[in-house]
Structure formats: structure tokens, C-alpha cells
Design a protein. Structure first.
Length: 341
């Protein structure tokens, strides 16, 4: 009897072992099949949701650029901007070149100027005029708000074109004026070029002057503390330069991206019969130009350009002398070419 019981228990144990093994095998294969089905289902769901997900990400970055800033490098942003312009313009090369130009002029600009006010006064330089070379004194004042990028500002007047080109590469730390040597023009003479004043937030800074054979340079210290603070300041400076009356033209260039530019030109103390302002700005926004009525005993013309203006743009002053009204005007153009400072 006992043997029969032992035999039955042993047989039952073997059956349970076999059943367990079969169950494990079945679970293994059915589990793999289920995993495959689950994986396929997930892939299908992700595939179906991908367009909506991409749209959500793109829309989110479009509405909240700070989110894009956290995850994108400058190089990636450049590629995204170029691709976006390419889609809008329908020409990849066109978009690439335009964006590269904007990037180099605006994004990589050391400074950005706001509320730019330029005042220019022309007057006859009787004492400095030489025989055969009548001159104008040109008094120029620049005022603007910016976060300064250099602790020292320099203003140079040079007669050498190569030196002038080198100085132009140091904008906005250095502002240069090219004055070609000829009777009545000496780039190294204070009578021909002089920085009269410089201030930061209304506080005057004393300039230092260095002279060499080919020109002169004024240096003004803004201050390391202001540079480190990285906050906007109001900069104002005034300089005087001479130009030939027969030059008929002066060009004033904006050295940095500038917003809301105002220009005023007073030529009351001259024998200029007519003066016009031409803007060298590629924009759909045109400068608003006004002139005082003839009834007033003042010859003043002004121009105002709202919005942003890229560097290298500027204003050209073109005049006709009263003595030239009835004759043929000398159309020679002045080689004195300033940059904004």
C-alpha cells in the first residue's frame, strides 16, 4: 500500500514538473510574440504621432524662443535661420548669402546703438581758408545709448589710406577720418581735426592726444567698471573737422546697428544755396526729411529714420554754393570720408 502511494506521488511530481516546464516554454514563446506585438504597436503609435510631435516642438520654439535657446548652439541656430530663409525665398544660395551678411553685420556687431542723434553745423572757415582753397568748418556731435564694448575709445584723423583701412577694422573702438594731403589739409594739425568733448552719462572724460607725421589720435577712457557692468550708457562726443567748399559732399556712416536715427544739419553760416540729404540705406522705410521754411533766417535740414539700420549705411550731404548757381558747378567730390564715432 505504501509503495502504491509513493508511486502515485512520484508520478504526480513528474507530471507537475513537465507541466511547469511546458508552461514556461509556452509563456516564453507567447511572451516573445506579445513583446513583438507591443513593440509594433508602439512603433505604429510613434509613427502616427511624429508629425503632431514635430509640429508641437516647432510651434513651441516659434512661440517661446527661450526654449530653443536652451537646447540649440549658435551654429544650429544659423542653420535653422538659413533653412527657414531658403524655404521662404525658394533659393538656398540666395538665403545663405543674405543671412551670412546679416549675421556678420548685425549678430556679430560688438555694439548696438539706440536713439542716435547726430547734429552737424557747417560754417565758413575764414581764418583757415587758404588762397584758392575755401574751407568749411564742420562741427559734428554724436549722441547715442549703447552697452560699450571697449574701455577706451579712439578718434583718429589720418592721411594714409592703408592706415585708414587698418583703423576701419577696429570699429567701434576706433573712429577714423581720412584726410588726403593737399593745400589747407593736414591730418596731424589740430586746426584741421580736433575732438572737443566726450562724455558718458553726462560725465566729461578728458581725451589725450598723440601726433605723428601721417595724422593724430585722440584717446578717451570710458572705464573698466562700466564695461564690466554691461549696462547701457549714454555717450556723447563733439569733434570739428575741415572740408573743402568745392567738395560738394560729405558722407556720415553708421558704424554699428542703430535704431531710431535723427540727423540735423545747420548751414546758416555758409554761402551754400542748396543742401540736400541722401540716405544710403537699403530699406523699405524711407527717411523723413524736413527743411526750415525760407521765411526763417536759418538754413536747417533734418532727417529721421525710425527702426533699425544696419552698419555701413548713412547719410550723404550734397550742396551747391551760391556762387555756382549761375555757373557750372564743380562736381568734384570730397575725399574726406568719416565714419560714425
Amino acid at each position: 500500500m505504501n509503495g502504491l502511494i509513493v508511486s502515485m506521488v512520484s508520478a504526480l511530481s513528474d507530471a507537475l514538473v513537465v507541466t511547469g516546464a511546458l508552461g514556461m516554454i509556452i509563456d516564453y514563446f507567447t511572451g516573445r510574440e506579445q513583446d513583438a506585438k507591443d513593440e509594433e504597436r508602439q512603433r505604429r503609435i510613434l509613427k502616427d504621432m511624429t508629425p503632431d510631435f514635430v509640429d508641437a516642438v516647432v510651434s513651441g520654439f516659434a512661440v517661446k524662443p527661450d526654449d530653443l535657446k536652451r537646447v540649440a548652439t549658435p551654429e544650429l541656430l544659423d542653420r535653422l535661420a538659413t533653412n527657414a530663409m531658403s524655404l521662404r525665398l525658394g533659393n538656398a544660395q540666395f538665403a545663405s548669402e543674405i543671412y551670412a551678411d546679416v549675421r556678420d553685420q548685425a549678430i556679430r556687431a560688438p555694439e548696438r546703438w539706440h536713439d542716435v542723434e547726430v547734429s552737424i553745423r557747417l560754417s565758413t572757415a575764414v581764418e583757415r581758408s587758404t588762397v584758392g582753397t575755401p574751407l568749411f568748418d564742420v562741427l559734428v556731435q554724436w549722441e547715442y545709448t549703447t552697452i560699450p564694448s571697449h574701455p577706451v575709445r579712439k578718434f583718429a584723423c589720418v592721411s594714409n589710406r592703408d592706415e585708414y583701412a587698418d583703423l576701419m577694422a577696429d570699429i567701434p573702438a576706433t573712429s577714423a577720418w581720412l584726410m588726403t594731403p593737399r593745400p589747407g589739409f593736414d591730418a596731424s594739425a589740430k586746426e584741421c581735426f580736433e575732438l572737443l568733448s566726450f562724455s558718458v552719462n553726462g560725465e566729461a572724460r578728458t581725451p589725450t592726444r598723440s601726433v605723428r607725421k601721417t595724422g593724430q589720435t585722440y584717446s578717451v577712457r570710458i572705464g573698466d567698471a562700466l564695461i564690466a557692468a554691461g549696462k547701457p550708457v549714454r555717450i556723447k562726443h563733439l569733434f570739428r573737422v575741415v572740408t573743402a567748399q568745392s567738395g560738394h559732399r560729405l558722407f556720415f556712416e553708421l558704424a554699428q546697428p542703430s535704431r531710431d536715427v535723427k540727423l540735423t544739419v545747420d548751414y546758416t553760416d555758409t554761402d551754400i544755396a542748396r543742401l540736400s540729404i541722401g540716405d544710403m540705406i537699403t530699406s523699405l522705410r524711407r527717411a523723413e526729411i524736413d527743411q526750415y521754411p525760407k521765411q526763417l533766417d536759418a538754413k536747417v535740414v533734418s532727417a529721421e529714420l525710425p527702426g533699425w539700420v544696419l552698419p555701413r549705411a548713412g547719410f550723404t550731404l550734397v550742396w551747391t554754393l551760391a556762387s555756382e548757381q549761375s555757373g557750372t558747378a564743380d562736381a568734384a567730390t570730397s575725399s574726406d570720408r568719416p565714419t560714425a564715432a
